[in-house]
Design a protein around this ligand. Structure first.
Ligand code: AMP
Ligand code: ZN
Length: 117
């Protein structure tokens, strides 16, 4: 069923507490934790607790949950005192997606070039 935890999913394991992560925020429906491979002074991933394979699937299958994730990106930015930041949803392997559980990268704390690479 859509949204059910997947045995082979790294981020479902973080949600379940089976893999350690530096969690910075948690709500009933979301978890936010620091990326292990920082691309900026602030680099936090916000994920839905439920498994959806990417941002598009999340928005189609659980729009309220997609809104929860977006709201949490702003909460992370507030906690980190960022007035400018970037939200990235890599979608598809050609765009750099490596974990197939929807996640928002929140990047900030340095100047961010536009367009991105
Ligand atoms: P993406 O490439 O957009 O799918 O993003 C996946 C992100 O997950 C990458 O930035 C990785 O550095 C990050 N990542 C992978 N494993 C972990 C982990 N155990 N804890 C925190 N972040 C992770
Ligand atoms: Zn998952």
């Amino acid at each position: 069923m859509t949204g059910e935890p997947q045995d082979d999913c790294l981020f479902c394991k973080i949600v379940a507490g089976q893999i350690p992560a530096t969690i910075v925020r948690e709500t009933d429906t979301t978890v936010a934790f620091r990326d292990i491979n920082l691309q900026a002074p602030t680099h936090v991933l916000v994920i839905p607790k439920a498994h959806h394979k990417d941002a598009a699937a999340l928005a189609a299958e659980a729009p309220q949950l997609a809104a929860d994730v977006l709201r949490e990106t702003q909460a992370v930015a507030d906690d980190e005192k960022l007035d400018s930041y970037r939200i990235v949803f890599n979608t598809g392997s050609g765009a750099g997606q490596t974990v197939w559980h929807a996640h928002a990268h929140v990047l900030g704390g340095r100047g961010l070039e536009w367009p991105p690479g």
